[in-house]
Design a protein around this ligand. Sequence first.
Ligand code: SF4
Length: 369
Amino acid sequence: MEYSMNNASLIDLKNLTLEELTEFLAGMGKERFRARQIMRWMYGRLAQDFEAMSDLSKELRSQLSQRARISHLVPETVEESQDGTRKYLFRLEDGETVETVRIPMEDHRCTLCISTQVGCAMGCVFCHTGSFGLVRHLAPAEIVNQVCAAMAEAPVNNIVLMGMGEPLHNLDNVVKALQILYTPEGFDFSPRKVTLSTAGLVPEMLELGRRIRVNLAVSLNATTDEVRNRLMPINRRYPLAELMKACREYPLQPRQRITFEYILIRDTNDSEQDARRLVKLLHGIKAKVNLIPYNEHPASPFKAPAEESVSRFQGYLLDRGMVAVRRASKGQDIAAACGQLKGKLTAAQSRQSSVDSSSPEHSSKRGNR
Ligand code: SF4
C-alpha cells in the first residue's frame, strides 16, 4: 500500500480521503455510510483504534483490523513559551521528526502551525529548516495527525501550513490532507480557516487554485529580483514578475485576500524605495501585507530593522490604502520557528554541546515562510 508505514499489509486509514475510504470499504463489500461513520470516529472523536468504534459491528471491527490501521502521533516533547505558544516535536514512524506550533490568539482562539515535509528543499537563507535540505515529504496521515494530536489537547480554530517544508512541493499529499480536514464528518474545517504559505512555486500555486479552496500566503520578503534571489533561491526559477502574475490568477472568493509575508531586514529590504516598489508589485491584487521585523541573533548575518523604518514602511503602505499589519513574534523564548527544535535535538544527538541551537534563528513563526 502506498502509505502504509509500519506494516506493508495494513493500510493506514488516516491517509484516505472520504472518497478513498468509501472505495476501500466498498472493496470489502461494506456500505457507503460506513466511511462517514469511521471518519467521524477518527477525526470527530479522535479514536485511535477500531475497538473504540462502538457503533460498528464486532465483525466489521475485526475485519478492519486485519486489513487496516489508524496511525496517530504522540508529542515527544512539548515546550511552552511565556506567551502561551506551545511547540510540539513529533517523532514519525521512521524516526524522523517534525514540529507543530500552537499559537494562542488575543481572542482566546488558537492557530495551529503544521509541517508538511521533513526538512525543506527551498533553502531560504533566513530559515533554519532550509539549512537541513529536504529529507522527505509527509504522508497525508502525518499531516492530519499533527492536528489530531493538538486537538486531543485543546480545540484548534485556524490552521496554517507554515511549519517545516514547502507545502506546494508536496502538493498531492497536502491536497489530500486538506480534503480530510474539510470533511464534514471529520474535522469539518472551513477552507476560510486554513491558510497555506508558499515560497512561490508558481505552477503548483496555480494547480492548487484549480484543485482546492484554501487561503494563500506568499512569503515575499523582497521587492527586487536581485534581493529576492539572494534571500530565496526559488526566485531564480520563478522571478517576481511570474510570481505576481500567478497571484493575480489565483482564484479568490469575494472578500478573500492573498497574504504577503514580508520579513523586514535592516538595509536589505526595509527602505522607502522598497515600500514604494511593494505598492507597485501588489497593484491590482487583493492583498494583505504582514510585516515581520527580523529578530537578529549572533549566528545570522542579518540585522533587525530600526523601529523608525518599520513604522515608515507600514505608514507608506497604509497611506496608499493597503492593508498592512505588523506582526508580533510569538514563542521566541522557546524558538517556536520551523526547524529550531529539530536543530536542538540534532545538535544534542551529535553531542555538539558547544552549539547553542536554541538561539532564535528566525524572526517569528510567520517569519520562516
Ligand atoms: S522558509 Fe519555508 S520554504 Fe523557505 S526554506 Fe524555510 S521552510 Fe522552506
